[in-house]
Design a protein around this ligand. Structure first.
Ligand code: FES
Length: 576
């Protein structure tokens, strides 16, 4: 009978009965009810985090992925054991899936720690699942590999390719403007998500997948394989094979997720025109290892690193096109001057070694060269000023050039409810030059910082042909959305940030080149307004929601819960 060794396999983390031999005896007695042999139970154990759920179409292929990972584990001589965790889908978690990211991370971390496993393969995909699993991996300290479900294939409507959910928003905007009728929008709704998998534009899921591969936590080539391709299963199998070796090598996530590895992932974020949400998630993941994500350095990195990937919403292509173009590999080749190629990956080799081992890039149109980029600067800028003392972000690669330097009159919405009630009011005093302001939509103000920052263009302006306006909030925005939308204003209004003091008619200025966001109201007047402000009442008094409201950190710290972060090591990322 093989023996995985002391404190390994079934001997790992014994249940406490005060008699270790009895604990092991009892554990084996119970698990024999699963039909395992002594041979199987003597093997290294690889846990597989199974996030299949009837509420999660992005994870529809979970059963076959779990099977493929398990096959790989067995091919390498290990015992695969899958276990369920929370699963989150963007459209099926209210008020926002973000509220539950930390809960999923806690569930995953605790189940990795509580149950015997020598390594774990984490299978996620939809926006919050991969961040939650990486948070868990960072905190649990068990060797881990990330696998994603992979992107959907594109749909088609009357000869036009469709991708969720950039085209969901684009067509909905046309419907609001009266250009598309009820029948056609219903028809489009049936074609936006034609296969299993995650959103196939450069939304948060695609961004997280590519950044995770660049971080070194995924086997090379895994980020962009479509969910329904056979290669996706071969990648899952290979991850299972590798997980067994990872367990033997004790290659823990902290050895992979170093400040330099985060730097690499953040350079990729700038180059892919990725989702602003990834900045929040990576601040939290780094924070779990005591590393601070320096927003100023990230912005400086973006002054150098251009947008190279021509995917929606910044460009025109979709993830299946990026896969055919070589996935992350051609991006990394172009980014060589900005990468630390010495970073260790879960393969046990460095990022540079992996890059050398693969094919050179071939001619294609999806990944541009750094000499001929899609945008000269990176996708995301960090803004500062008296309205955002701790920063705010803007995805400049999908913003309107004409609004990058703009001053306008504030039209303020106090909450999501206020926004819903008044945005389409025909009597709303608003023009295309105004600045739409939404507040109390941050991590505390709206329980989880929903993706409400993509404030709809008021109907009367949309019908008049207005397609973009300067919008700002303490909320997040879907990575699939587009427009001149300033997000993550820190501190948020609900904790007394200056956003709480803005009034209708105030002048607000943005200058993206200067990275400034300014409320043109004298400091003395803001101080006069401050006593009139009072924090909103806590929106929950019990259970996880109350725990979240009391302990959640601001967006610049990743919206993690304060008791989950690691003690700061003094390390920062990225280097710039
Ligand atoms: Fe799951 Fe977009 S809704 S990735």
């Amino acid at each position: 009978m093989p023996d995985s060794g002391p404190d390994k396999g079934m001997r790992r983390g014994l249940t406490k009965y005060g008699d270790e031999a009895f604990s092991l005896f009892l554990r084996k007695a119970f698990i024999k009810a699963m039909g395992y042999s002594d041979d199987a139970l003597g093997r290294p154990i690889v846990g597989i985090a199974n996030t299949g759920s009837g509420y999660n179409p992005c994870h529809r292929t979970m059963p076959e992925l779990v099977e493929a990972v398990g096959r790989g584990v067995m091919l390498a001589g290990g015992l695969p054991i899958d276990f369920p965790t929370i699963s989150l889908h963007e459209s099926f978690a209210q008020p926002t899936s973000m509220l539950y990211r930390n809960l999923m991370s806690m569930d995953t971390e605790e189940m990795i720690g509580a149950q015997p496993m020598d390594a774990v393969v984490l299978i996620g995909g939809c926006d919050k699942t991969v961040p939650a699993q990486l948070l868990a991996a960072a905190s649990a300290g068990v060797p881990a590999i990330q696998v994603v479900t992979g992107p959907m294939m594109t749909g088609s409507h009357r000869g036009e390719r469709l991708g969720a959910c950039t085209d969901c928003r684009r067509f909905w905007g046309l419907h609001r403007a009266g250009e598309i009728g009820a029948e056609e929008i219903d028809e489009i709704g049936g074609k936006l998500c034609p296969t299993a998998g995650t959103c196939m534009v450069m939304g948060t899921a695609s961004t997280m997948a590519l950044m995770t591969e660049a971080l070194g936590m995924m086997l090379p080539g895994g980020a962009a394989i479509p969910a329904v391709e056979a290669d996706r299963l071969r990648h899952a199998e290979a991850s299972g094979v590798r997980a067994v070796a990872l367990a033997a090598e004790s290659l823990t996530p902290d050895l992979v997720m170093t400040p330099a590895a985060f730097h690499n992932a953040l350079a990729v974020l700038q180059a892919i025109g990725g989702s602003t949400n990834a900045l929040v998630h990576f601040a939290a993941i780094a924070g779990r290892l005591g590393i601070k994500l320096d927003l100023g350095a990230f912005d400086r990195l973006g002054r150098d690193v251009p947008v190279l990937v021509d995917l929606k919403p910044s460009g025109q292509f979709y993830m299946e096109d990026l896969h055919k173009a070589g996935g992350l590999r051609p991006i990394l080749h172009q980014l060589r001057p900005w990468l630390d190629l010495e970073c260790l990956t879960v393969t046990g080799r460095t990022l540079g070694e992996e890059l050398e081992a693969g094919p050179e890039a071939w001619p294609q149109d999806v990944v541009r060269t750094k000499e001929d980029p899609l945008c000269r600067e990176g996708g995301i800028v960090v803004l500062n000023g008296n309205l955002a003392p701790d920063g705010a972000v803007l995805k400049q690669s999908s913003a309107s050039p004409g609004l990058m330097s703009h001053t306008g009159r504030a039209v303020v919405f106090d909450s999501l409810e206020d926004l819903a009630a008044r945005i389409d009011d025909p009597d709303l005093d608003v023009s295309a030059e105004d600045v739409l302001v939404l507040r109390n939509a941050g991590p505390k103000g709206a329980r989880g910082m929903p993706e409400a920052g993509y404030i709809p263009i008021p109907k009367k302006l949309a019908q008049a042909g207005v397609r973009d306006m300067l919008r700002l909030s303490d909320a997040r925005m879907s990575g699939t959305a587009f427009g001149t939308v300033v997000l993550h204003i820190c501190p948020e209004a609900a904790v007394g940030g200056p956003l709480a003091l803005v009034r209708d008619g105030d002048r607000i200025s943005i200058d993206v080149a200067a990275r400034s966001l300014t409320l043109d109201v004298p400091e003395s007047e803001l101080e006069e307004r401050r006593p009139e402000w009072a924090p909103p009442p806590l929106a929950a008094t019990r259970g996880y929601k109350a725990l979240h409201l009391v302990h959640v950190l601001q967006a610049d710290a990743g919206c993690d819960l304060d008791f989950l972060t690691a003690k700061p090591t003094g390390a920062t990322t990225p280097e710039a």
